[in-house]
Design a protein around this ligand. Structure first.
Ligand code: SF4
Length: 447
């Protein structure tokens, strides 16, 4: 088996001074999370209280025109609603009553706030409380904000999960809670590995259905599967549960360390840990070595977007041989990404927040081989000759744990390979079609 050489961490980045920027930022809003959450929570409905822009965003992010009964929708505040907010509350009650009468399958209803100032003025927490009293016990009504003013796109999931924590019943059972919405097949892999070590009972937040046997208490320990769940982490801690800190399960190393932290909590014997993880670890290393061939020695620059940036930089530098120039994240919560920062070799600029023009200047000056950024920045950067990777794809694609580790490396190597091919053959059909550069075309840089 070909193994990549492991770099020795040079002190890590936990104490590296963070470049904090609070200027203009280019990110999607938290409504985006509804796209993956509504698939995961099978009896939930997400009612966005918003504008036509919100409705269009959801519809295009979902990639479909909705003709059948979907599990999300937008209650659009028209301009005529702006005059009287008391009427808006009545209207909202009416919409919800009609929706729940028509859809008895809905057991959890989320009222999701958005940007328009009229929506911000609506007290959705009160509305949810009022509606819960009317529709309990059949339906649980909760609220969270997906507003682009307050959230980046992965914070929608965080806000949604955090809103569920206070209404979970109490339990004294000793249990492991896995937190984060992953595709079912990936979640099953994680649970399979943990159960093979004798760890259990294992619960997942979000549960697929509201009536799942999910409670919380002082004997609950939890492991986060996504690095953007800061508010959920705080809510769980307030509810008495205890966090198991670990690097996030990206790549072979991250997955092994994540599993090892849980195994240590549950007293799993080293032999058993080795027995359960040896084969998938070997598969992951082999897949990464193949997929990362084009990444070794290349440089990467992260714009802040998904909050996956720090764990991914750790994966790309330590397992794929890349050099990180800047690792930007919307927020840096050391209680969550501290273990990944410990492993990330000192050197890159660690930045939090954004002042997009200044950061674009830094990226253009550094000329990285790969820039990981949001959709809005990808095409202009490609037009400047930089290869890019859309950060949002990293959230929509199964990339966690051993069996997806090769695919994760592949997501980064494809745009570099494509850029190399175009450099070698500038007269290729893509080069001719978009003479202003690869990025001048639609969906530039994405494969
Ligand atoms: S940014 Fe605001 S207005 Fe735009 S879609 Fe998101 S929540 Fe709606």
């Amino acid at each position: 088996m070909t193994e990549l050489p492991r770099l020795t961490p040079t002190g890590g980045c936990r104490d590296t001074p963070i470049l904090k920027q609070r200027g203009q930022r280019e990110v999607f809003c938290g409504l985006t999370g509804i796209i993956w959450l509504h698939r995961k929570m099978q009896d939930a409905f997400f009612l966005v209280i918003g504008s036509r822009t919100c409705a269009h965003l959801l519809q295009s992010a979902a990639g479909v025109m909705i003709f059948a009964e979907p599990r999300f929708g937008t209650a659009i505040l028209e301009e005529t609603d702006l005059a009287g907010l008391a009427d808006a509350q009545d209207e909202l009650d009416k919409v919800v009553t009609e929706l729940l009468a028509r859809r008895p399958d809905i057991k959890q209803l989320f009222l999701v706030g958005s940007c328009p100032s009229e929506v911000i003025k609506l007290d959705l927490a009160k509305a949810a409380e009022r509606m819960s009293q009317v529709h309990a016990p059949h339906v649980r009504v909760l609220n969270f904000s997906g507003s682009g003013i307050e959230t980046t796109f992965t914070q929608g999931e965080d806000a949604c999960l955090a809103s569920m924590v206070p209404v979970l019943p109490k339990t004294d059972a000793r249990q492991l809670l896995l937190v984060g919405a992953l595709p079912d097949v990936v979640e099953e892999q994680a649970i399979g590995l943990l159960e093979a070590m004798g760890i259990g009972p294992i619960k997942v937040l979000p549960a697929p259905r509201a009536d799942a046997d999910l409670g919380l208490g002082d004997n609950t320990v939890y492991a986060l599967m996504q690095p953007f769940l800061g508010d959920t982490h705080d809510a769980l801690t307030r509810a008495g549960a205890r966090h198991i800190p670990a690097p996030f399960p990206f790549g072979e190393e991250g997955t092994t360390q994540w599993l090892a932290a849980i195994a240590a909590e549950f007293g799993v014997a080293p032999d058993l840990f080795e027995q359960v993880t040896a084969a998938p670890r070997a598969r992951a290393r082999k897949a990464i070595a193949q997929a990362a061939q084009g990444l070794r020695g290349k440089s990467v620059f992260f714009f802040p977007d998904s909050q996956l940036e720090i764990p991914l930089a750790r994966f790309l530098t330590r397992e794929c041989g890349m050099d990180a120039i800047e690792v930007g994240a919307p927020f840096i919560h050391k209680g969550l990404v501290g273990p990944d920062l410990d492993l990330l070799a000192a050197g890159p600029t660690i930045s939090e927040g954004q002042d997009v023009d200044l950061q674009l200047d830094r990226a253009k000056a550094a000329k990285p081989d790969l820039t990981v950024c949001g959709l809005g920045l990808a095409n202009p950067l490609e037009a400047e000759g930089l290869a890019t990777k859309w950060a949002i794809e990293l959230v929509f694609t199964p990339v966690h744990f051993y069996e997806q580790a090769g695919d994760l490396a592949g997501l980064f190597s494809r745009p570099i390979r494509r850029a190399d091919v175009l450099k070698l053959d500038p007269a290729s059909s893509l080069g001719q079609k978009y003479p202003g550069g690869v990025g001048a075309g639609p969906h530039a840089g994405q494969t």
